[in-house]
Design a protein around this ligand. Sequence first.
Ligand SMILES: *[C@@H]1O[C@H](CO)[C@@H](O)[C@H](O)[C@H]1NC(C)=O
Ligand SMILES: *[C@@H]1O[C@H](CO)[C@@H](O)[C@H](O)[C@H]1NC(C)=O
Length: 465
Amino acid sequence: MSLLQCLTVATALILFLQTLSLVSSTVLSRADRITRLPGQPQVGFQQYSGYVTVDEKKQRALFYYLAEAETKPISKPLVLWLNGGPGCSSVGVGAFSENGPFRPKGSVLVKNQHSWNQEANMLYLETPVGVGFSYATESSSYEGVNDKITAKDNLVFLQKWFLKFPQYLNRSLFITGESYAGHYVPQLAQLMIQYNKQHNLFNLKGIAIGNPVMEFSTDFNSRAEYFWSHGLISDPTYKMFTSYCNYSRYVSEYYRGTVSSMCTKVMSQVSIETSRFVDKYDVTLDVCIPSVLSQSKRVNPQPQEMGETVDVCVEDETVNYLNRRDVQKALHARLVGTRKWSVCSNVLDYEVLDVEVPTINIVGTLVKAGVPVLVYSGDQDSVIPLTGSRTLVKRLAEELGLRTTVPYRVWFAGQQVGGWTQVYGNILAFATVRGAAHEVPFSQPARALVLFKAFLGGLPLPDEF
Ligand SMILES: *[C@@H]1O[C@H](CO)[C@@H](O)[C@H](O)[C@H]1NC(C)=O
Ligand SMILES: *[C@@H]1O[C@H](CO)[C@@H](O)[C@H](O)[C@H]1NC(C)=O
């Protein structure tokens, strides 16, 4: 029997026993229960964290953190959240800086008033191995990791995680994430659908991806117009950046170690004009963002000579917190083969050219399979700008023959415009989040929560207040 077959048999057995109410739902997960995180306020929900071994032979294990819903967890869906990079941590960035229940502040954790666990049971996964607390005992496991391996490991993770948490089997499941998770999320969802054809294990109800990389050239080449229209570059530089060397060509050459003199010239002019004192992940911020938000610096190669790798100010609350011994103990986390937890992996050697693999077509197959998709976009981000995402979604809708069901319009969060939205065929939605950075839940938490709630409920975004 293959591993997958074993797992299927085991899950089927648990499903069966569960229906007979023979398995106390918390038995297998009890060891992973977090009694209390150091410095956390009193809360009424449960937290769990620990490891799922995705490969026994090579001892490769993925680390997760589950924050159950604040109220009535049993009646709320399960939502997997993935950050990008590739190589950045969903626990450090997603859970502790974006949409999790707490944010570290000095030696304590403060409650996030817009935590997504108000609406769902939030599962954060550090993936692939080598990221955060996830590890492999053989360092060769960190080499040549790519999208395919990551998607497979994520699938195996979920299958085995359900063995620990049978109470979540067949729960409505959503997969969410941002940035390079524009690869991870559709790729995992596609594997689930394939797997479901035989075993019907995953009750997949939708995916949501924020400022996602879905198609390399459209996404990356929308940067030039974004810079120009926001006044970050001059007319002649815009012209060079759209004719002599566009951004996808530059990145493509950069990853192959063959940057042409033309691209070098164009990019250095672009860098000079945009200035390293402007945050490319939020062009309206005039101060630095925490270095924990450096995840997508992988998506965005910034060679030394361009002077862009400089993190002007480093605010490392999360890094400090997750590196505390007492915190690691409370989380049941181990550091294997590395001395420090870091936001983005220093040991992982990811196949960088996979960024060029399109995933918009996979999004299309998901839609065709009846899986609702939300693509959302923080509108202050120049790294994966809204214009590229909007173009890709619209093009996909046309290809699939989906007609507009919600015409382009504003949506509201409270009494303010939260952004703009358009929906195709009641299944494929695009939404911007006004005033939001690349990390939407970090920069516009209240608006992000409104968006998230509508997405889970399959409801249109509020069109009035
Ligand atoms: C899983 O949930 C679906 C509805 O979402 C339901 O039709 C199905 O019977 C459930 N399966 C099990 C094994 O509980
Ligand atoms: C970007 O540059 C490449 C290589 O020169 C070219 O093939 C591609 O069409 C360009 N894309 C855009 C959107 O200008």
